[in-house]
Design a protein. Sequence first.
Length: 282
Amino acid sequence: MEQILMLKNMKQPLPYMNLVEVLNVQDDDVVYVGGSLVEASVNKYSGRVGNRLSDLDVFILRKHERYKETSATYITDICRTDFVSCFGINCDVEVYDMDIIKEIIDGVNNIRFEEKERILNCIKMPKGYSFEKINEFLTRFFYSIPIYNIEYYNWLKNVIDINAFFKLKEYYCIQVIDNMKEDIWGNVEVGEYTTALMLCREAIYRFIEYIFSREKIFNDRRKWAWIKIENLSNDKKEYSDVYIYMKKVLYGDGTKLLEGDIRKYVKYLEDKIEEYSIEVDF
């Protein structure tokens, strides 16, 4: 039976093999589709992510020797990017070196938490990769649909220790929030409440990312955090106050902001982190 990709905001159905032909796929490539168009279909907390104007993101994991020979419109240390159209659907195509992907997997699977060590030193990252780039790759890999070499795709998914990755991200988010507090108080002291509010807004986003990690939810785009925390709060009432507070911090009237408001925002984050019983040695 012919396999066909049909997503909510796609213009029309797309047969797997037609896309494979357009991409000139190699026999041992792993090919999957991801990004916002796909995510809403594979993750229950990503409803409303993506829209009809979104391109289809296509990812190819290719063996090292063939990867080096892959032509592309854009070439970086991380991937090779090109653009194709299939059945009238615009596709952004990113090709990755399988050897580097295996380095990422090894790095995640060998995360070791060391006392008094800078948290991101606990993971070994390939050249050109930051923690954010690894998070982006994993988000689009885990929220994806395989279309070629599906068995090997599933094997790769199963060998990645996502629990270790999410635990690292939890600690990282809390550490960032903790470091931001000093900056917030410094601006409060000199009456720069608007700047302090901007920092509080950054902190609340980091806190939302912490919650996502706690719930094993991937997210690589800040613009989708709002949708996901709303969906999560509807599913799990323990987060409903976080959603409400997020709206207050982000959309409250900053022109009437007082020192007491900033203190309340920071105290709220501190109390919630303590409530979730996360103990981190900063």
